[in-house]
Each structure stands twice: as C-alpha cells, then as structure tokens.
Design a protein around this ligand. Structure first.
Ligand code: FPP
Length: 239
C-alpha cells in the first residue's frame, strides 16, 4: 500500500438505539442509556488509537426534554454519574472534555459536574471529547445569530463584514474543525438537528448496530469505510 490511510480529524456520533436495545431485552429504557456508557469509552479509546483529534457525541437534544419525565431524570442522573466516574480515567488518557449546547437549562448540579469535568481535563491533548448536551443545530445557529446581531447593534461589526467565518466563530464549535465523518447507529438515516452547518461536507455512515452494541471494532469499521470514500468538496476527482 503506497497511499497513507486517510484519518478523519473529527468524528461525530449520533448515539441511537438505546431504547430499542433495552426493549429487546425487556428492560427499562434508562437501562439502555446506561448500557450506552461502555461504547463511549470504546469510541474514545479507538479515536485515540486512530489519531482522531475530536470526537463529538450527541447525548441530549433540545427535543429530548419532551420525553417522559422519568427518562429525562434518569438521563440527568446518568450524566452526573458518568462525569463523576469517567473523568479521572479520561484525564489519565489525555482526553479533554468540552460541551456544546445550551447548558443553562440543566440543573445547577448537572452544570457544576460538567464544569468540574471540563476544568479537570483542560490539559488533555490526545482527544477533545465534545458532549452535545441540550444541543440542536438550529438552536445553536439562532444563538450564534443573536451574538452577531448584538455586535452589529453595538456598532462593532459591519453587516457587510459578516462572512462564513463570522458565523462559524459564533457557533458552540468555534475553533473545532468541521466533522469529516458523522456516524449514526441503529440504521436510522437522519441528521436530527445535529451539526447542520458543520457537517456540510461530512461523510455519513449508518451502521445497523444499536448504540449499546457499538464496539471498538465497529469504530474501526467506520474508519475503514471513511478511508474508502472519495471526498471532492465540490471539485473534480484527483487524476
Ligand atoms: C438515543 O437513543 C440516545 C439518547 C437520547 C441518549 C444518549 C445518552 C447516553 C448514551 C448517555 C451519555 C452520557 C454522557 C455523559 C455523554 P434512543 O433513546 O432514541 O433510542 P431508540 O431510538 O431506540 O428509542
């Protein structure tokens, strides 16, 4: 093999299928979410092994507040437990935890745990793990436009100076490279309000496996599939 294998700089995952995984086993939905923690560990390990710099996980959308209260409460508790128990190990592995989304709607307890995890892992230089929490792309874009409008109203930004970089810089993902690969597990082929701006030129991969069954080997398969893709960014193929 003469060509060096192409590695995505940023992989983003829609972790779908926890509920179905639980239902298939006669378990409660929250047990499916709890079973979704090991695949997070596995994906982070695999991302580091492959040299992927950024991994974004869609953990809770702005729409997910509409789920039954017991499921939302269980997810909030899971976020806290996960952050408390996983942070030391992530710190050891050189993982930096960040979040995207509007955290202000979470309880003070959840916000405090997230802030602590970010602080403790701030020095991580192997992988940036972005947790999308109370996130939706449209909400992110609206919040970004508000920030830009504020600068225009204050007279510090001229409307004609607004370009793609202005918007990209006002998004929660400012400074993060666009995802090269978006994976959605469980066979569903939808973006569901996830990174709509950032995924403009991403490759998409939709494995059938439900999220709790997503292993390091599944991540490896996604990397193999990505390496086979011909990315042209609106140009013509290299000769
Ligand atoms: C989608 O599956 C999954 C979620 C809405 C929650 C994902 C959250 C975790 C795996 C826990 C993550 C924890 C941290 C700290 C990041 P679904 O419930 O929509 O599955 P279904 O489509 O089969 O019903």
């Amino acid at each position: 093999m003469s060509k060096q294998r192409r590695i995505p700089q940023h992989v983003a995952i829609i972790m779908d299928g926890n509920g179905r995984w639980a239902e298939q086993r006669g378990m409660e939905r929250y047990e499916g979410h709890a079973a979704g923690i090991e695949p997070i560990r596995a994906s982070a390990r695999a991302a580091i092994r492959h040299g992927v710099g950024h991994l974004t996980l869609y953990a809770f959308s702005t729409e997910n507040w509409g789920r039954p209260a017991a499921e939302v409460d269980a997810l909030m508790e899971l976020f806290c437990q996960c952050v408390i128990h996983e942070t030391p190990d992530m710190q050891r592995q050189g993982i930096r935890i960040r979040t995207i989304g509007d955290r202000s709607r979470f309880s003070e307890k959840v916000q405090a745990h997230l802030a602590q995890a970010e602080e403790q892992t701030a020095g991580g230089d192997k992988l940036t793990l972005l947790l999308a929490l109370n996130y939706s792309s449209r909400d992110e874009i609206v919040r970004a436009v508000r920030k830009i409008a504020g600068r225009v109203a204050a007279g510090t930004l001229a409307p004609e100076a607004i370009g793609e970089q202005t918007l990209a810089g006002a998004l929660d993902t400012a400074g993060v490279p666009d995802p090269d690969l978006v994976i959605r597990t469980s066979g569903e082929c939808r973006l569901s309000n996830f990174l709509l701006w950032q995924a403009s030129y991403a490759e998409f991969y939709f494995p059938q496996v439900l999220w709790p069954d997503f292993t390091e080997e599944e991540f490896d398969r996604a990397m193999e599939e990505y390496a086979r893709r011909d990315r042209r960014f609106g140009l013509v193929a290299d000769k």
